[in-house]
Design a protein around this ligand. Structure first.
Ligand code: SF4
Ligand code: MG
Length: 321
Protein backbone atom coordinates (compact mmCIF):
# COMPACT_ATOMS: atom_id res chain seq x y z
CA UNK A 1 0.00 0.00 0.00
CA UNK A 2 1.41 3.37 -1.10
CA UNK A 3 4.83 1.79 -1.50
CA UNK A 4 7.70 4.16 -2.11
CA UNK A 5 11.40 3.65 -2.64
CA UNK A 6 13.65 6.66 -3.09
CA UNK A 7 17.36 6.55 -3.71
CA UNK A 8 19.50 9.43 -2.57
CA UNK A 9 21.55 10.71 -5.48
CA UNK A 10 23.80 12.97 -3.41
CA UNK A 11 27.43 11.96 -3.35
CA UNK A 12 29.19 9.83 -5.91
CA UNK A 13 29.33 11.08 -9.46
CA UNK A 14 26.48 13.47 -8.85
CA UNK A 15 28.16 14.99 -5.78
CA UNK A 16 27.26 18.50 -6.78
CA UNK A 17 23.65 17.76 -7.46
CA UNK A 18 21.28 17.02 -4.65
CA UNK A 19 18.13 15.10 -4.92
CA UNK A 20 16.56 11.73 -5.01
CA UNK A 21 15.27 9.24 -7.48
CA UNK A 22 11.78 8.01 -6.79
CA UNK A 23 12.25 4.51 -8.17
CA UNK A 24 8.90 3.38 -6.81
CA UNK A 25 6.44 6.20 -6.28
CA UNK A 26 3.24 5.44 -4.38
CA UNK A 27 2.33 2.03 -5.76
CA UNK A 28 -0.61 0.07 -4.34
CA UNK A 29 -1.96 -3.33 -5.31
CA UNK A 30 -2.87 -6.70 -3.88
CA UNK A 31 -2.40 -10.24 -5.08
CA UNK A 32 -4.48 -13.24 -4.10
CA UNK A 33 -3.20 -16.68 -3.24
CA UNK A 34 -2.80 -18.78 -6.38
CA UNK A 35 -2.91 -15.71 -8.58
CA UNK A 36 -0.34 -14.56 -11.11
CA UNK A 37 0.03 -10.81 -11.21
CA UNK A 38 2.09 -9.61 -14.17
CA UNK A 39 4.00 -6.34 -13.76
CA UNK A 40 5.10 -4.76 -17.01
CA UNK A 41 7.09 -1.68 -17.94
CA UNK A 42 10.18 -0.49 -19.81
CA UNK A 43 13.57 -0.81 -18.15
CA UNK A 44 14.05 1.79 -15.45
CA UNK A 45 10.35 1.98 -14.56
CA UNK A 46 11.05 0.64 -11.07
CA UNK A 47 9.57 -2.82 -11.43
CA UNK A 48 12.65 -4.73 -10.18
CA UNK A 49 13.12 -2.29 -7.31
CA UNK A 50 9.50 -2.78 -6.42
CA UNK A 51 9.89 -6.59 -6.45
CA UNK A 52 12.88 -6.42 -4.13
CA UNK A 53 11.17 -3.94 -1.85
CA UNK A 54 8.17 -6.24 -1.49
CA UNK A 55 10.44 -8.92 -0.01
CA UNK A 56 12.34 -6.27 1.93
CA UNK A 57 15.57 -7.22 0.23
CA UNK A 58 15.72 -3.44 0.12
CA UNK A 59 13.91 -1.31 2.69
CA UNK A 60 10.94 0.72 1.49
CA UNK A 61 11.09 4.48 2.04
CA UNK A 62 7.39 4.64 2.83
CA UNK A 63 4.25 2.58 2.52
CA UNK A 64 3.11 -0.72 3.91
CA UNK A 65 3.67 -4.36 2.94
CA UNK A 66 1.13 -6.85 4.24
CA UNK A 67 1.77 -10.54 3.70
CA UNK A 68 -0.76 -13.16 4.72
CA UNK A 69 -2.53 -10.63 6.93
CA UNK A 70 0.67 -9.56 8.71
CA UNK A 71 2.21 -6.14 8.34
CA UNK A 72 5.85 -7.01 7.66
CA UNK A 73 6.93 -3.43 6.95
CA UNK A 74 8.63 -2.95 10.30
CA UNK A 75 9.83 -6.53 10.76
CA UNK A 76 13.44 -6.78 11.92
CA UNK A 77 15.89 -8.41 9.51
CA UNK A 78 15.81 -11.55 11.69
CA UNK A 79 12.04 -11.80 11.71
CA UNK A 80 12.01 -11.01 8.01
CA UNK A 81 14.45 -13.80 7.27
CA UNK A 82 11.99 -16.16 8.89
CA UNK A 83 9.11 -14.74 6.84
CA UNK A 84 11.13 -15.09 3.68
CA UNK A 85 10.66 -18.83 3.75
CA UNK A 86 7.25 -17.94 2.41
CA UNK A 87 8.42 -15.32 -0.06
CA UNK A 88 11.10 -16.26 -2.54
CA UNK A 89 12.54 -14.63 -5.64
CA UNK A 90 13.63 -15.88 -9.05
CA UNK A 91 16.10 -13.66 -10.87
CA UNK A 92 16.55 -12.59 -14.46
CA UNK A 93 20.09 -13.85 -14.83
CA UNK A 94 20.24 -17.28 -13.26
CA UNK A 95 23.95 -17.56 -13.91
CA UNK A 96 24.81 -14.44 -11.94
CA UNK A 97 22.70 -15.64 -9.03
CA UNK A 98 24.20 -19.16 -8.83
CA UNK A 99 27.51 -19.60 -7.01
CA UNK A 100 29.85 -20.96 -9.74
CA UNK A 101 31.96 -22.87 -7.20
CA UNK A 102 29.13 -24.85 -5.72
CA UNK A 103 27.59 -28.00 -7.09
CA UNK A 104 23.97 -27.59 -8.10
CA UNK A 105 22.72 -29.82 -5.27
CA UNK A 106 24.45 -27.56 -2.77
CA UNK A 107 22.98 -24.44 -4.39
CA UNK A 108 19.46 -25.85 -4.30
CA UNK A 109 19.87 -27.06 -0.71
CA UNK A 110 21.36 -23.80 0.59
CA UNK A 111 18.03 -22.14 1.56
CA UNK A 112 17.19 -25.21 3.68
CA UNK A 113 20.41 -24.70 5.62
CA UNK A 114 19.80 -20.96 5.94
CA UNK A 115 16.34 -21.59 7.36
CA UNK A 116 17.45 -24.57 9.46
CA UNK A 117 15.05 -26.98 7.79
CA UNK A 118 15.58 -30.73 8.18
CA UNK A 119 18.68 -32.81 8.89
CA UNK A 120 21.28 -33.73 6.28
CA UNK A 121 19.34 -36.75 5.06
CA UNK A 122 16.04 -34.91 4.80
CA UNK A 123 17.69 -32.04 2.98
CA UNK A 124 19.26 -34.42 0.49
CA UNK A 125 15.89 -36.00 -0.18
CA UNK A 126 14.23 -32.64 -0.60
CA UNK A 127 16.91 -31.48 -3.06
CA UNK A 128 16.49 -34.60 -5.11
CA UNK A 129 12.70 -34.05 -5.21
CA UNK A 130 13.25 -30.50 -6.39
CA UNK A 131 15.61 -31.60 -9.15
CA UNK A 132 12.94 -33.95 -10.38
CA UNK A 133 10.18 -31.35 -10.11
CA UNK A 134 12.04 -28.94 -12.39
CA UNK A 135 13.01 -31.65 -14.88
CA UNK A 136 16.63 -32.29 -13.91
CA UNK A 137 18.22 -35.58 -12.83
CA UNK A 138 20.01 -36.45 -9.61
CA UNK A 139 23.23 -36.84 -11.57
CA UNK A 140 22.89 -33.28 -12.80
CA UNK A 141 22.86 -32.17 -9.17
CA UNK A 142 26.51 -33.20 -8.98
CA UNK A 143 27.55 -30.72 -11.68
CA UNK A 144 28.43 -27.04 -11.58
CA UNK A 145 26.34 -24.15 -12.96
CA UNK A 146 28.63 -23.52 -15.95
CA UNK A 147 27.87 -27.01 -17.23
CA UNK A 148 24.25 -26.05 -17.89
CA UNK A 149 22.42 -24.13 -20.59
CA UNK A 150 20.55 -20.90 -19.79
CA UNK A 151 17.20 -22.66 -19.58
CA UNK A 152 18.59 -25.36 -17.29
CA UNK A 153 20.14 -22.71 -15.06
CA UNK A 154 16.78 -21.08 -14.70
CA UNK A 155 15.38 -24.49 -13.72
CA UNK A 156 18.03 -24.57 -10.99
CA UNK A 157 17.01 -21.06 -9.87
CA UNK A 158 13.39 -22.19 -9.71
CA UNK A 159 14.31 -25.32 -7.71
CA UNK A 160 16.25 -23.18 -5.25
CA UNK A 161 13.26 -20.86 -4.79
CA UNK A 162 10.84 -23.77 -4.37
CA UNK A 163 12.89 -25.88 -1.97
CA UNK A 164 11.61 -24.05 1.15
CA UNK A 165 8.01 -24.47 0.01
CA UNK A 166 7.17 -20.76 -0.36
CA UNK A 167 3.73 -19.28 -0.92
CA UNK A 168 4.75 -16.28 -2.99
CA UNK A 169 7.47 -16.04 -5.62
CA UNK A 170 8.54 -12.72 -7.09
CA UNK A 171 9.83 -13.56 -10.55
CA UNK A 172 12.03 -10.78 -11.91
CA UNK A 173 12.15 -11.23 -15.67
CA UNK A 174 12.85 -14.96 -15.33
CA UNK A 175 12.81 -15.62 -19.08
CA UNK A 176 14.16 -12.36 -20.52
CA UNK A 177 17.69 -13.72 -20.92
CA UNK A 178 16.53 -16.91 -22.66
CA UNK A 179 15.94 -17.81 -26.31
CA UNK A 180 12.32 -17.59 -27.34
CA UNK A 181 11.99 -21.37 -27.77
CA UNK A 182 13.30 -21.92 -24.24
CA UNK A 183 11.13 -19.13 -22.82
CA UNK A 184 7.94 -21.06 -23.42
CA UNK A 185 9.36 -24.22 -21.80
CA UNK A 186 10.22 -22.30 -18.65
CA UNK A 187 6.87 -20.48 -18.64
CA UNK A 188 5.05 -23.80 -19.00
CA UNK A 189 7.09 -25.30 -16.18
CA UNK A 190 6.29 -22.31 -13.95
CA UNK A 191 2.61 -22.61 -14.72
CA UNK A 192 2.63 -26.34 -13.89
CA UNK A 193 4.46 -25.69 -10.63
CA UNK A 194 2.04 -22.97 -9.66
CA UNK A 195 -0.86 -25.34 -10.04
CA UNK A 196 0.89 -28.23 -8.32
CA UNK A 197 1.98 -26.21 -5.29
CA UNK A 198 -0.70 -23.51 -5.18
CA UNK A 199 1.93 -20.83 -5.67
CA UNK A 200 1.36 -17.14 -6.12
CA UNK A 201 3.53 -15.24 -8.58
CA UNK A 202 4.34 -11.61 -9.05
CA UNK A 203 5.75 -11.89 -12.52
CA UNK A 204 7.85 -8.95 -13.69
CA UNK A 205 8.54 -8.49 -17.41
CA UNK A 206 9.41 -5.68 -19.79
CA UNK A 207 7.28 -7.14 -22.51
CA UNK A 208 3.51 -7.61 -22.52
CA UNK A 209 3.77 -10.66 -24.76
CA UNK A 210 5.66 -12.63 -22.08
CA UNK A 211 3.08 -12.18 -19.32
CA UNK A 212 0.07 -12.64 -21.56
CA UNK A 213 -0.45 -16.36 -21.07
CA UNK A 214 0.67 -16.73 -17.49
CA UNK A 215 -1.01 -13.74 -15.76
CA UNK A 216 -4.52 -13.41 -14.37
CA UNK A 217 -4.14 -9.68 -13.87
CA UNK A 218 -1.53 -7.25 -15.14
CA UNK A 219 -0.17 -3.99 -13.78
CA UNK A 220 1.60 -1.54 -16.06
CA UNK A 221 4.30 0.72 -14.59
CA UNK A 222 5.75 3.94 -15.95
CA UNK A 223 8.46 5.95 -14.20
CA UNK A 224 7.93 4.37 -10.80
CA UNK A 225 4.15 4.61 -10.89
CA UNK A 226 1.44 2.08 -11.57
CA UNK A 227 -0.63 3.49 -14.44
CA UNK A 228 -3.07 0.66 -15.08
CA UNK A 229 -4.04 -2.54 -13.30
CA UNK A 230 -6.70 -4.85 -14.56
CA UNK A 231 -7.59 -8.37 -15.67
CA UNK A 232 -5.67 -9.98 -18.47
CA UNK A 233 -8.76 -9.84 -20.71
CA UNK A 234 -9.43 -6.17 -20.22
CA UNK A 235 -5.81 -5.19 -20.58
CA UNK A 236 -5.32 -6.92 -23.91
CA UNK A 237 -8.73 -6.24 -25.39
CA UNK A 238 -9.61 -2.83 -24.05
CA UNK A 239 -6.54 -1.08 -22.60
CA UNK A 240 -7.48 2.21 -20.96
CA UNK A 241 -4.23 4.04 -20.37
CA UNK A 242 -2.58 5.60 -23.45
CA UNK A 243 0.76 4.10 -22.36
CA UNK A 244 -0.72 0.61 -22.19
CA UNK A 245 -2.27 1.19 -25.59
CA UNK A 246 1.11 2.09 -27.04
CA UNK A 247 2.84 -0.93 -25.44
CA UNK A 248 0.19 -3.22 -26.84
CA UNK A 249 0.26 -1.74 -30.28
CA UNK A 250 3.96 -2.57 -30.55
CA UNK A 251 3.38 -6.31 -30.13
CA UNK A 252 2.99 -7.90 -33.55
CA UNK A 253 -0.31 -9.72 -33.59
CA UNK A 254 -1.78 -10.85 -36.90
CA UNK A 255 -5.36 -10.95 -35.53
CA UNK A 256 -5.25 -7.46 -34.20
CA UNK A 257 -3.20 -5.66 -36.81
CA UNK A 258 -6.25 -4.97 -38.87
CA UNK A 259 -8.05 -3.35 -35.95
CA UNK A 260 -5.23 -1.70 -34.11
CA UNK A 261 -3.02 1.01 -35.44
CA UNK A 262 0.51 1.08 -34.19
CA UNK A 263 1.14 3.99 -31.85
CA UNK A 264 4.70 5.23 -32.01
CA UNK A 265 5.66 7.12 -28.87
CA UNK A 266 7.50 10.40 -29.20
CA UNK A 267 10.74 10.91 -27.30
CA UNK A 268 12.56 8.83 -24.73
CA UNK A 269 11.52 7.75 -21.25
CA UNK A 270 12.38 10.77 -19.08
CA UNK A 271 14.94 10.39 -16.29
CA UNK A 272 13.42 9.15 -13.02
CA UNK A 273 15.56 11.72 -11.18
CA UNK A 274 13.60 14.46 -12.85
CA UNK A 275 10.15 13.15 -13.76
CA UNK A 276 7.77 15.48 -15.59
CA UNK A 277 5.18 17.40 -13.57
CA UNK A 278 1.59 16.25 -13.57
CA UNK A 279 1.17 12.98 -15.40
CA UNK A 280 4.70 11.61 -15.85
CA UNK A 281 3.68 10.31 -19.27
CA UNK A 282 2.41 13.65 -20.59
CA UNK A 283 5.42 14.64 -22.77
CA UNK A 284 4.94 11.44 -24.78
CA UNK A 285 1.20 11.03 -24.59
CA UNK A 286 -0.76 11.32 -27.84
CA UNK A 287 -3.95 12.08 -25.84
CA UNK A 288 -2.51 14.75 -23.51
CA UNK A 289 -4.93 17.46 -22.38
CA UNK A 290 -3.98 20.69 -20.51
CA UNK A 291 -4.61 19.38 -16.97
CA UNK A 292 -2.09 16.54 -17.57
CA UNK A 293 0.85 18.94 -17.49
CA UNK A 294 0.28 20.09 -13.94
CA UNK A 295 -1.94 17.67 -12.03
CA UNK A 296 -0.88 14.15 -11.23
CA UNK A 297 -3.73 11.78 -12.10
CA UNK A 298 -5.03 9.63 -9.26
CA UNK A 299 -4.77 5.86 -9.51
CA UNK A 300 -8.43 5.01 -9.22
CA UNK A 301 -10.79 2.10 -9.69
CA UNK A 302 -13.10 3.25 -12.45
CA UNK A 303 -15.04 0.02 -12.56
CA UNK A 304 -14.72 -3.26 -10.73
CA UNK A 305 -11.09 -4.38 -10.78
CA UNK A 306 -10.06 -1.81 -13.38
CA UNK A 307 -7.61 0.72 -12.04
CA UNK A 308 -6.13 3.50 -14.11
CA UNK A 309 -4.22 6.73 -13.50
CA UNK A 310 -5.24 9.02 -16.34
CA UNK A 311 -7.25 12.25 -16.55
CA UNK A 312 -9.19 10.94 -19.53
CA UNK A 313 -11.17 8.83 -17.05
CA UNK A 314 -11.59 11.42 -14.31
CA UNK A 315 -15.33 11.73 -14.75
CA UNK A 316 -15.94 8.47 -16.54
CA UNK A 317 -17.12 5.17 -15.40
CA UNK A 318 -16.64 2.28 -17.74
CA UNK A 319 -19.07 -0.57 -17.94
CA UNK A 320 -17.57 -4.01 -17.58
CA UNK A 321 -19.74 -5.60 -20.28
FE1 SF4 B 1 -2.07 11.10 -21.34
FE2 SF4 B 1 -3.10 12.89 -19.70
FE3 SF4 B 1 -3.79 10.36 -19.43
FE4 SF4 B 1 -1.35 11.18 -18.78
S1 SF4 B 1 -3.25 11.78 -17.78
S2 SF4 B 1 -1.87 9.37 -19.90
S3 SF4 B 1 -0.97 12.71 -20.32
S4 SF4 B 1 -4.20 11.68 -21.19
MG1 MG C 1 14.89 -5.05 -13.92
Amino acid sequence: QHLKKCFDTRGGVFARKTGEIKAVDDVSFSVKRGEVLGIVGESGCGKSTMGRTLLKLIEPTAGKIVFDGRDVTSFSPRKMRYMRRNMQMIFQDPYASLNPRHKVEKIIGEPLLVHGIGDAKERKKRVSEMLEVVGLSNDQGKRYPHQFSGGQRQRIGIARALVVNPKLIVCDEPVSALDVSIQSQILNLMEDLREAFNLTYIFIAHDLSVVKHISHRIGVMYLGRMVELTSNDHLYNEPLHPYTQSLLSSIPNPDLDAKREQIILQGEVPSPSNPPEGCAFHPRCPACIPICESVRPKFQEISENRFVACHLYDSHTISND
